[in-house]
Design a binder for this molecule. Sequence first.
Ligand SMILES: [Zn+2]
Length: 153
Amino acid sequence: MTAAPAPPTACIFCDACASREVDLVLLRGQHSFVILNLYPYNNGHLMVVPNRHLCALETLTLDEQAELMRFARLSEMALTETYHPQGINVGINLGKAAGAGIENHLHIHLVPRWSGDTNFMTAIGDTRVLPEDLSATAARLRPVFERLAQPGA
Ligand SMILES: [Zn+2]
């Protein structure tokens, strides 16, 4: 008997975690994964997400905390190598009032920044800055993540 595909949930991150075929996912770990933002504020805008559906830092285990930070570090390295940004915003929005688009599943944004690009608040206000095609972004970043995530790398 073959396993039935997981039924879709109301959460895009849980769906991305359960599906092996989501082409926005750049890296999968034991406790978390890295996925491109579907509506990027800048080229390379990605998110580090715990596999578990939880909404606060409070509920993270130590292993989850360690891997989330490890993946945030790898994301910084991959974005720096690939896009040469002049800065990177790293941020977590907890709750709708804080700007969380998906408020029930914790995620850490990493947004590459260049001086003179749209400022972050304006970007949130819906101004998009020339995002490249997401499949092109994934194709550029995925091999970099695969190399950087090797043990000992
Ligand atoms: Zn979820």
